[in-house]
Design a binder for this molecule. Sequence first.
Ligand code: SF4
Ligand code: SF4
Length: 175
Amino acid sequence: MVGITDQLRATKPQPDLVDRFYKVVEKLKLENPFHCYQCFKCTSGCTSFRLTEIMPHSFVNFVRLGFVEDMMRSELLWACCQCLKCKERCPQDVAPVDVIFLLRRMTVSSGAEIPEDLSKIIMNVTETGFIQGIQKVKVGETSVDREQLGLPPITLPNLEKFSSVLMKAMEEQIE
Ligand code: SF4
Ligand code: SF4
């Protein structure tokens, strides 16, 4: 299997995406990633770094070097669980999670596919207001619902209001 660092050796920085990236950084008044001095504090507290080849501090560094498209395809983009520890720890206020969010937006607006599990979550949220639909659970050989387990009913959200807020957020353009 070809690793990301080998792939990066075979590619070049992507100036168009770099321009787009810095326009949004400016618009959202985010800290410029060039202020990162690679201290590694973000990675040392990251919840997801063991799942990916590229670690948060390297992610920021590769974006600084112009490899925006490559980072849009990296595992960390979707493996980050948004725990925000890097935002708390970064002495320079750069926060890899801000860079990750921004590249996620750029990835989605470019029409690229997102991981299937995330698509399912989005569908569930728009259709039910919940990340996961209400399900029965197995107790021995039988499937039981909340009522059978003696649990109180769940109050369903006002879907109409919820959807309109969600649609407004999705339509908001930052680029
Ligand atoms: S904690 Fe901040 S300054 Fe340190 S490597 Fe991570 S992003 Fe860069
Ligand atoms: S927000 Fe993402 S990148 Fe930052 S520490 Fe948490 S999992 Fe790691």
